[in-house]
Design a binder for this molecule. Structure first.
Ligand code: AMP
Ligand code: MN
Ligand code: MN
Length: 329
């Protein structure tokens, strides 16, 4: 059902002007995949622009050190012949950047989400890759020489989507690609500092407030917690400061599934789901029109009441945990 990198290379050969689009609520793999692919295409002599529909995300600005990624508004007049989405499991994940496609499917999609059904003309999606940046790496390897800037941008995606080489998705290939990128000049310490060591006092205050909402259930295997828009504002934070919260509750001993409910200032609720070994949380997210990976998934509910949604998602997760552990014992 999915296509091959050979087909992608052929299609890139036909294009001259490229638009590379990532997903909203950008994470490290998203930023890495967009920026690296733009760098690779430019190095290969093409014209290329990158877009993530999330203007003013401090995380994005910090990691896109060379200012490669632009907002939708800056690209309305950009004429391209090839659109590529990266790290997006479905079209809605690119948010307002869809305007730039003007109703056409992307020419190429590159992704690693289990829930992706393929929404472009040429689709490469393989959950065996720990990060979309690894697919971009393989394209880069075939098209250009790596340099220190490109190597570090590629390593960012591999490092962040593997939880800095901690998750079960870490295989030999992850280390092999990371080793090559370090050899090409990537600085792992700079990535770690930019991603992990930039917490503000306000974020820590929000974490404290969040911990007051923490509940364990399903014999300690399920951890749930939430932050309301009021809590986020009260701590002096923005929605951008909430992505680290889920990791705090995932790390609790005995917890298999962690779920964080985040109410945005516009009233929608984002649900982040994580698991450690057994439960496929993408299946839970799918039931609420979301998606993702077996160990990290999410869904967003516009205008959903936080309390009701928490009850519903928690019940589905408790059933999933019950089923997973009943079959094991
Ligand atoms: P997050 O919890 O936002 O960090 O997302 C975890 C994973 O779930 C990521 O790999 C996302 O691509 C995926 N994901 C998050 N939100 C959604 C959504 N609304 N629809 C589909 N997939 C999502
Ligand atoms: Mn991502
Ligand atoms: Mn990813």
């Amino acid at each position: 059902m999915f296509d091959t990198l050979d087909q992608v290379i052929d299609r890139i050969g036909e294009g001259k002007r490229f638009l590379v689009i990532g997903h909203i609520r950008p994470d490290g793999d998203d930023i890495s995949s967009v920026a690296s692919l733009v760098m690779i295409l430019r190095k290969a002599g093409k014209t290329a622009e990158g877009c993530i529909a999330d203007a003013g995300s401090p995380f994005l600005e910090r990691l896109d050190r060379n200012g490669i990624i632009k907002d939708v508004d800056a690209l309305h007049d950009y004429a391209y012949d090839t659109a590529i989405t990266v790290d997006a499991s479905e079209l809605v994940r690119i948010g307002d950047a869809a305007e730039l496609l003007e109703g056409r499917p992307p020419d190429i999609t590159l992704d690693h989400h289990k829930s992706n059904l393929g929404f472009g003309k040429i689709n490469v999606c393989d959950p065996a890759y720990a990060a979309t940046a690894m697919i971009v790496y393989e394209l880069g390897e075939r098209l250009v020489d790596f340099d220190p800037d490109l190597a570090e941008m590629l390593l960012l995606g591999i490092a962040t989507d593997t939880g800095f080489f901690r998750y079960a998705s870490v295989d030999e290939r992850v280390f092999a690609y990371a080793a090559r990128l370090v050899r090409e000049g990537a600085n792992m310490g700079r990535i770690t500092e930019a991603v992990l060591e930039h917490r503000t006092l306000n974020e820590i205050r929000l974490t404290t407030a969040m911990l007051d909402t923490l509940r364990l259930s399903a014999d300690g295997r399920l951890a749930t917690a939430y932050v309301t828009a009021e809590m986020i504002e009260g701590a002096g934070c923005t929605d951008d400061d909430t992505s680290g919260l889920i990791g705090e509750i995932r790390s609790i001993a005995g917890v298999e599934v962690a779920i964080m409910f985040i109410e945005s200032s516009e009233g929608s609720v984002h649900v982040s789901l994580r698991s450690k070994q057994t439960v496929d949380v993408s299946e839970i997210a799918l039931q609420f029109n979301g998606g993702g990976h077996a160990r990290a998934a999410g869904c967003s509910c516009a205008g959903g009441k936080l309390g009701n949604l928490m009850k519903e998602v928690t019940a589905v997760a408790q059933n999933a945990i019950g089923a997973a552990f009943a079959t094991r014992s």
